[in-house]
Design a protein around this ligand. Sequence first.
Ligand code: F6R
Length: 244
Amino acid sequence: MQIIRTTDYDHMSRMAANIISAQVIMKPDCVLGLATGSTPIGTYEELVRRYENKDLDFSGVTSINLDEYKGLSPENDQSYRYFMNEHLFRHVNIRPECTYVPNGLEPDSDKACEAYNAIIAASGGIDLQLLGLGHNGHIGFNEPSDVFEKETHCVDLAQSTIDANSRFFASMDEVPRQAYTMGIGTIMKAAKVLVIVSGESKAQIVKDAFFGPCTPQVPASILQLHSNVVLVGDEAALSLIPEA
Ligand code: F6R
């Protein structure tokens, strides 16, 4: 694993954007695995800036997102499709039909997951997978568990996640109880994995995930077995891991 230490969130975002830009420049028809959450927002801003400066061209790129809430429409401002449109897709020249997010409106979980697995297979595989890291070590919506789930599956959200999300919805009934997520096996098949972490609150889980035992109780720890991982973090997030 390669570790890139950066000074702060903005620096982390620029370095992550450098890596993604290199991927897009070297392979214009690449497949990018993308993430939502607060960590990649600066990275996406940086990619948009580069596109606007004509330094990047997304016209040949395919994107495949990690996850989506079950039951939310693309128009719902809490959906991950909405997030991606707002933070990246509508600002660059990626072809909308080449941007994939699990179909939150498909009520049949098996159908939704099979369809997403078929999309991933048809893409020929992910060249670069961008990941954020949950405080409990989750990647995508792969939460701590007794097993590593291989392919796209439907997860029941923890009550703590449902409670935390409730502030974004008009009523408790509207808060999603489930989500579709890419599996750990699919993430591990990506040719390259780029993990971005920022802030002191991530320091302990970065240490556990990358320097602790490899266990499904810390889903990101499986990345220790991947041969091409780059971890880009700011000083605070990397403060508990060895210097070298
Ligand atoms: C997002 C995702 C999640 C986040 C993780 C970190 O698509 O799959 O695993 O990457 O929860 O979130 P932030 O970046 O908000 O700390």
